[in-house]
Write a protein that binds this ligand. Structure first.
Ligand code: PSU
Ligand code: MN
Length: 298
């Protein structure tokens, strides 16, 4: 693992560090919005008092803190693979380059000693999982790796009530951020209640501190709704999601290709509206995550 000097120094001094994932760059957004967003996220984290740590696998090593060349490569090179928990040992042993999903980024962050991580939307239980069995490894990771994850909820392409149920079964603490409901990525309210509404960064930091003091080895999920001005109309986006899902079904898209396909398709059929919202919600998550990390180490 290669950790940048700045990040290593911050970790050693117990200063706030926020991990950022790289699948969103390689498989979540088109070029050049992906690299612009990757850079903007690092800025947002800094502006809010924490050190950003974007994570990927570069030539067989976990790299914590990427330079411009790495970001450019992840944003442009179509050969970059998407590495989840199960892929990580292979990518490292065979000296591949790969972007890391929420699960792989949590593993890397935890190994590096980073406790906070901001993403867009986590993976979850896919619609029709009763048939396909498609449940993202992100959910299991939240149950076994002690990292605090800020997201705008599960991606709306998923089955959100089943995702909530799964997290509950695995004993993962799920918090709403100033909301009684889990957000649905593109829109603020999934209609799915959360047990706990956390009102500010201090409450979130206190809850995570207590969780650590109890010796829990699991992670925690904060659902931060997209700002109102950027949210998409529920009916509008749900119709588009149906359309994208039908297309995926027709083409026989499966496994790790499903999420990138659906996000790409939505971009196309919403004339870029889905991407605009996606960019804004990740930025907001990076901000909130930095503020919570700052409280935690204060
Ligand atoms: N959030 C986004 N865009 C993304 C992802 C999250 O705004 O592309 C990625 C994350 O890396 C997440 C992955 O872990 O999608 C889930 O993929 P799957 O459903 O195959 O587990
Ligand atoms: Mn899957």
């Amino acid at each position: 693992m290669i950790i940048s000097d700045e990040i290593k120094n911050a970790i050693n001094k117990n200063q706030p560090v926020v991990a950022l994932e790289s699948t969103i760059i390689s498989h979540g957004m088109p070029y050049p919005e992906n690299i612009e967003t990757a850079k903007a996220l690092e800025e947002v984290v800094r502006e809010n008092g924490a050190i950003p740590a974007t994570i990927a696998v570069i030539e067989g090593k976990i790299k914590v803190g990427l330079d411009d060349r790495d970001l450019e490569f992840l944003a442009k090179d179509k050969s970059v693979v998407k590495a989840s928990r199960r892929d990580l040992p292979v990518a490292l042993a065979l000296k591949k380059s790969a972007s890391t999903t929420v699960s792989a980024t949590m593993i890397a962050a935890n190994l590096a000693g980073i406790k906070f991580f901001a993403t867009g939307g986590i993976g979850g239980v896919h619609r029709g999982a009763g048939q396909s069995f498609d449940i993202s490894a992100d959910l299991q990771e939240l149950a076994k790796t002690p990292v605090f994850v800020v997201s705008a909820g599960p991606k709306a392409i998923l089955d959100i009530p089943l995702t909530m149920e799964y997290l509950e079964t695995m004993g993962v603490t799920v918090l709403g951020y100033n909301s009684d409901y889990l957000p649905a990525f593109y829109y603020r309210n999934s209609g799915c209640k959360v047990d706990w509404n956390c009102k500010n960064p201090k409450e979130a930091a206190d809850i995570f501190k207590t969780h650590q003091n109890l010796g829990y080895r699991s992670g925690m999920l904060l659902g931060n709704p997209v700002p109102e001005i950027f949210e998409l109309d529920k009916n509008f986006i749900e119709n588009k999601i149906e359309e994208a899902l039908a297309e995926a079904e027709k083409l026989g898209i499966k496994g790790g290709k499903t999420t990138p396909f659906l996000l790409g398709k939505l971009y196309e059929i919403t004339d870029g509206e889905s991407l605009k919202t996606n960019v804004e919600l990740v930025k907001m998550n990076a901000k909130v995550c930095a503020l919570i990390a700052k409280e935690f180490y204060d």
